[in-house]
Design a protein around this ligand. Structure first.
Ligand SMILES: [Fe+2]
Length: 202
């Protein structure tokens, strides 16, 4: 049975410089992401049939998992899944504005594009301790939420459109404790076409 595997980055570790530095990207991918993956795979050894399912399917129905793996899927499965998404939420050609059609969707949900960015940044900044900020969709409605640790929006029925890792491991080497500077830098890297693709995906 195939286990879950570490996805490759769709760009080089140094491609997001100067906003996200190469060393942070490499450690984030090869150490943090890899560790979530290894722990997830180890915990599911007893239940190899789960490797056939996309991890988001397991995360979307945690209560149906055997109790002895539920917490590992929530934490390590969440970490594995969120980082797999996160790399694709970034692009060396990112930042700036979304397409006019996706921008209009954000404007109709949040008033205007700058207000959307302000609200997202504020949610990311105020997430206490480790976690993520998310743009999510449920029942046709877009919302900005945060989750703690690796708790997944998909476990609460949300579709993830875009997400920002605000664990210190994502920024500490370059930005130390200045999460606000990291968030400001992130806006230069947001892969809007991936966000739009996910929004339109059934
Ligand atoms: Fe991370």
């Amino acid at each position: 049975m195939e286990k879950y595997t570490l996805p490759k980055l769709p760009y080089g570790y140094d491609s997001l410089e100067p906003h996200f530095d190469s060393r942070t990207m490499e450690i984030h991918h090869l150490k943090h992401h890899q560790t979530y993956l290894d722990k997830l795979n180890a915990s599911l050894e007893k239940y190899p049939e789960f490797f056939e399912k996309p991890i988001e399917i397991l995360l979307s129905d945690l209560n149906n998992l055997p109790e002895d793996v539920r917490l590992s899927v929530k934490n390590n499965g969440g970490g594995f899944y969120h980082h797999s998404l996160f790399w694709n939420f970034l692009s060396p050609n990112g930042g700036g504005n979304p397409s006019s059609s996706f921008k209009n969707i954000l404007v109709s949900s949040f008033g205007d594009f700058d207000l959307f960015k302000e609200k997202f940044s504020s949610v990311a900044l105020s997430q206490f301790g480790s976690g993520w900020a998310w743009l999510v969709e449920k029942d046709g409605r877009l919302d900005i939420i945060s989750t703690s640790n690796q708790d997944s929006p998909v476990s609460s029925g949300y579709k993830i459109i875009i997400g920002l890792d605000v664990w210190e491991h994502a920024y500490y080497l370059n930005y130390q404790n200045r999460r606000a500077d990291y968030i400001t830098a992130w806006w230069n890297l947001v892969n809007w076409s991936e966000a739009e693709r996910r929004f339109n995906e059934k």
